[in-house]
Design a protein around this ligand. Structure first.
Ligand SMILES: [Zn+2]
Length: 463
């Protein structure tokens, strides 16, 4: 029973707001939502749209009125490139970050003084829930720069009062040297880079588990529970998941407590809806939908109902840790990550989950899609343990057949399975590339009519 679980370390609540009663939380959210709409009136784009819809801050009488507000999409941000969504004078800006755009131009997001303070505070909140204490040393192996991950976590760690080694990503041997010599307690990076570090460490020393790191905070890319088990075992750490996106702030939207069963949304700073991406109606608690986020305290660039494209579920079940804010599941995929193979919707995370469930596989894989004629062909290449190649062929064939069956069962389509030697696939220092779609350049699936941003219809909402 979960209720009987004991915290593996003394739980510390960073901010009393984490345990607000639901009634008090609603009152706070309503007041802040009205303030946000007032602030949004200073953004020409929102001002025009809200007026057209006959809406004003006074329209917001209850939290249900949130649904009357317009949605914001990535495309809206692109159209107001570079800083057309500012609600404050440009002189007030203290920091600008950006997210990489697939079309070339990044999307910029801006922060004023108050936003910077809030951001550091919210990162401190989930880092504390995940074991960080002021006497710790933290190695940040995230990319620094426009990407919000590095700087967001950096200021969060400092806010807690802990020390930072801003190692940044890359140069894996040096990362290991820093770990051995400076003895950090905590590692922060993408989950795939943690695996990369564990693997290089295993080549250089007898046991990567002897590295001093005890806690790890991962973000920046989707990962699965099986991936967590493997990383925790490889590095002998307790790893925590956190969630955020630059458009609404960066990391700090949600993070795990010691229960590690869903990430507490920071609901005093964000109103989070979970909607069916096709009908835009709320899904039931616990069902997977697209997260749509309204900022409640962001000043420089408030966001009304931002469509994140991230698919996750939100649970209203009380958490044994005592924090009252709802918990979101890990991100199952993105509406725009979804692959359509032979007309069937497939998420790379579904394939990862099946692959890692099979004994003998290593957590390194790639999905390649081709269209040699008129039919799509998908190949899943996965690394397997070296011993399996020296074993009899029969075992190798059995492993191949099992993976083939599992993938077919979960996706409904047959993919070619290619078992490859350890370390034969490319490694990444930031986000791992899991899919190579050779079809994309010539033949991208057309947007579904009726959904202006091309949201695919008929998503498989049960991962
Ligand atoms: Zn909790």
């Amino acid at each position: 029973m979960r209720e009987m679980q004991r915290a593996p370390f003394e739980d510390v609540i960073w901010d009393a707001a984490e345990k607000l009663s639901l009634a008090d939380l609603r009152v706070l959210q309503l007041r802040r939502l009205r303030e946000t709409v007032t602030l949004a009136m200073a953004v020409p784009f929102y001002n025009r749209v809200l007026r057209q819809m006959g809406l004003s801050p006074e329209t917001i009488q209850s939290l249900d009125d949130l649904r009357r507000l317009p949605m914001t999409t990535k495309e809206d941000l692109r159209q107001h490139y570079p800083l057309g969504m500012l609600a404050v004078p440009r002189e007030e800006i203290r920091r600008i970050h950006g997210s990489s755009g697939t079309t070339g131009k990044p999307t910029f997001v801006a922060y004023n003084d108050a936003d910077m303070t809030t951001w550091a505070d919210l990162c401190a909140r989930f880092l504390t829930a995940g074991g960080l204490r002021s006497h710790h040393l933290v190695q940040i192996a995230f990319g620094y720069g426009l990407f919000t991950g590095g700087f967001g976590l950096h200021y969060g760690v400092e806010r807690v009062g802990a020390a930072v080694v801003p190692a940044a990503s890359g140069n894996t041997r040096r990362q290991i040297l820093i770990m051995k010599d400076l003895q950090p307690d905590v590692l922060i990076c993408t989950p795939s880079y943690a695996l990369n570090i564990a693997e290089v460490a295993a080549c250089e020393m007898s046991d990567p588990r002897s590295l001093p790191v005890r806690y790890a905070h991962f973000g920046g890319e989707p990962w699965t529970e099986d991936m967590r088990r493997r990383i925790d075992a490889a590095l002998d750490v307790m790893s925590f998941n956190n969630y955020g996106l630059s458009e609404v702030m960066g990391p700090g939207v949600a993070g795990e407590c010691w229960i590690r069963h869903g990430m507490h949304l920071h609901e005093d700073h964000f109103l989070v809806e979970c909607l069916d991406p096709t009908t835009l109606e709320p899904v039931k608690p616990g069902e997977v939908g697209e997260l749509v986020i309204t900022t409640l305290t962001k000043q420089a660039m408030p966001m009304l109902r931002y469509r994140t494209r991230d698919l996750a579920s939100v649970s209203e079940e009380p958490c044994p840790c005592g924090r009252t804010h709802r918990r979101m599941s890990r991100v199952m995929g993105r509406t725009d990550d979804m692959l359509i193979i032979r007309g069937v919707n497939v998420f790379p995370s579904q394939i990862e989950e099946e692959l890692l469930r099979v004994d003998g596989t290593l957590p390194h894989y790639i999905i390649e899609i081709n269209r040699p004629g008129t039919l799509d062909e998908a190949i899943v290449r996965v690394e397997i343990e070296r011993e399996l190649f020296s074993d009899e062929m029969r075992k190798l064939q059995a492993l191949h057949d099992r993976i083939d069956r599992e993938i077919h069962a979960v996706t409904g389509i047959r993919m070619k399975v290619d078992l490859v030697q350890p370390r034969s696939l490319q490694r990444y220092e930031g986000k791992a590339q899991r899919v190579i779609d050779h079809r994309v350049l010539v033949d991208k699936p057309a947007p579904v009519s009726g959904s202006p941003e091309g949201a695919p219809a008929g998503l498989p909402l049960n991962p």
